[in-house]
Design a binder for this molecule. Structure first.
Ligand SMILES: Cc1cc2nc3c(=O)[nH]c(=O)nc-3n(C[C@H](O)[C@H](O)[C@H](O)COP(=O)(O)OP(=O)(O)OC[C@H]3O[C@@H](n4cnc5c(N)ncnc54)[C@H](O)[C@@H]3O)c2cc1C
Ligand code: SF4
Length: 479
């Protein structure tokens, strides 16, 4: 437990201290707040063991929630940890960053009856954090290493979960990643105030200690083709995520100080990890003292506005073309951002970026919601002659992500993709059209969640094992 956390627990504070600056609250300790407010055993004993575990059904990993809550309530924390980690490769990560209000907690029977959910995520996080402190989390020990090797492209949650599952079975695993650190979006996308980086780093270190080989700064498509890796390994997994930022094609789009969300978040995360980041250090990607406008209404937009607040921006506005009820982001994230002083400019859409060399503001159209479209959501329509201006020193575009053109990038034009550019895989086995090449995570789902990436990583590991076993059997037959 960190010193800060211990201090709060010892003095029995119910909420972490907050400093009022104007109408804005600073010094946020979100990660600690959950723990303090919801003491693990107290919360666990609130579970009614209702017999209809909707929480479990709505957890992508089908975590055995009622049972580990019961064990926690009884103080049997080691057993609770063992049960929890048997279905989840990173329970302490999911406990921190799953949108529980849409998954397990949102379907808790106690929540449904109006008495407030059991805070499942906080308990899950607590169980595993405690296990780390107690020394119960140990590296994989392989007794009989197999001769077959698997290459995994992408060290995000999908790649890491698959790597762990397959290493446990004795396979030789090499994980390739184009970044300098493992963890994918858990390390450079999701901000530190939601997921502390040491939590990710200790996981990857544990995998390394378990014999998984990491090759960082290695970009498939540049440092090797997919075919070269296919020749090197008995099977491949592509778990490269989705990184092509959606663009806004408006007048003034090429002005300076308009950045894609990932550029802003990566700089901030790298700083948090102690790196020298020139564009942050010279102020370009630092929100301090500036008027920040974030365009978008998803969770990435929420991460950008909340990071800007923590960097002590002068003002932070979020432009979204629908209203609050129709935001795609988690309601909890929006509430957090509002509480921290972010101003939401609902029903508004940028019309033009204004400035000479650098952006100085935006011209914005007012929007009204029309009839529902094919997706069932009400269509945003521009209100004629309604535009107004907003001042901006930095604009951050957070409009979502699409897959990169992997067949082209990998030099494998025969690798099949869907009409959305995600990799096409067999529904049951997650194998692509290239034999022995599998795919998992965002690159098959589109931008999704860590918990789904972990689920995919676990599922694909089973398919890869089956594939390698049948390959081995057919070799034996020939021999
Ligand atoms: C800002 C932001 C905040 C988010 N917040 C949350 C949250 O709070 N909760 C939640 O559940 N989810 C969140 N998500 C979504 C979540 O992070 C992703 O769904 C998840 O990380 C996908 O896992 P993945 O393993 O498929 O891909 P990634 O995590 O994207 O990992 C892919 C890895 O592949 C590597 N790679 C890509 N191309 C190559 C190549 N050619 N060669 C070698 N390596 C390559 C990348 O460097 C990366 O490390 C967030 C996403 C973003 C962008
Ligand atoms: S993995 Fe996510 S959805 Fe499942 S129990 Fe944990 S927090 Fe809830």
């Amino acid at each position: 437990m960190s010193e800060k956390m211990l201090k709060f627990v010892k003095i029995g504070q119910q909420t972490p201290p907050k400093r009022e600056v104007g109408n804005r609250k600073e010094d946020f300790n979100e990660i600690y707040k959950e723990f303090i407010n919801n003491k693990a055993s107290e919360q666990s004993s609130r579970c009614s063991q209702c017999g209809v575990p909707f929480c479990q059904v709505h957890c992508p990993l089908s975590n055995n929630i009622p049972d580990w809550l019961k064990l926690t309530a009884e103080g049997r924390l080691k057993e609770a940890y063992e049960l929890s980690q048997s279905t989840n490769n990173m329970p302490e990560v999911c406990g921190r960053i799953c949108p529980q209000d849409r998954l397990c907690e949102g379907n808790c029977v106690i929540e449904q009856s109006g008495h407030g959910t059991v805070t499942i995520g906080s308990v899950e996080k607590y169980i595993t954090d405690n296990a780390w402190e107690q020394g119960w989390v140990n590296p994989i020990k392989v007794k009989n290493e197999k001769s077959q090797s698997i290459g995994i492209i992408g060290a995000g949650p999908a790649g890491l979960a698959a790597a762990e599952q397959l290493r446990k079975l004795g396979y030789q695993i090499t994980v390739y990643d184009r970044y300098d650190r493992a963890g994918g979006l858990m390390i450079y996308g999701i901000p530190n105030f939601k997921l502390e980086k040491f939590v990710v780093e200790r996981r990857t270190k544990l995998l390394e200690e378990g014999g998984i080989k990491f090759v960082q700064n290695f970009e498939v498509g540049k440092d090797a083709t997919l075919e070269q890796l296919r020749k090197k390994h008995d099977s491949l997994l592509i778990a490269t995520g989705v990184y092509k930022a959606r663009e806004i094609d408006l007048p003034g789009k090429d002005l300076g100080n308009i950045f894609p969300a990932m550029e802003f978040l990566t700089a901030s995360n790298k700083k948090g990890l102690g790196d020298r980041v020139e564009l942050f250090d010279n102020g370009t990607l630092n929100a301090e003292g500036k008027n920040i406008v974030v365009i978008g209404g998803g969770d990435t937009a929420m991460d950008c506005v909340r990071t800007s607040i923590r960097q002590k921006a002068k003002s932070v506005k979020c432009l979204y073309r629908r209203d609050k009820e129709n935001m795609p982001g988690s309601a909890r994230e929006v509430a957090n951002a509002e509480e921290e002083g972010v101003e939401f400019v609902w029903l508004s859409s940028p019309k033009e970026f204004v400035g000479t060399n650098k952006v100085e503001g935006l011209m914005v159209d007012k929007i009204k919601l029309g009839e529902p479209d094919d997706s069932g959501r009400r269509k945003p329509e521009i209100q004629n002659d309604s535009h107004f201006n907003i001042k901006a020193d930095i604009v951050i575009k957070a409009l979502g992500f699409d897959p990169e053109n992997l067949p082209k990038l990998f030099g494998s034009e025969d690798l099949q993709v869907t009409k959305w550019g995600t990799l096409k895989t067999n529904f049951d086995t997650m194998e692509t059209n290239l034999p022995g090449v599998f795919a998992a995570g965002d690159i098959i789902r589109g931008a999704s969640l860590v918990v789904w990436a972990i689920k995919d990583g676990r599922d694909v590991a089973v398919s890869i094992k089956n594939f390698l076993e049948s390959k081995e059997h057919s070799k034996e037959k020939v021999a």
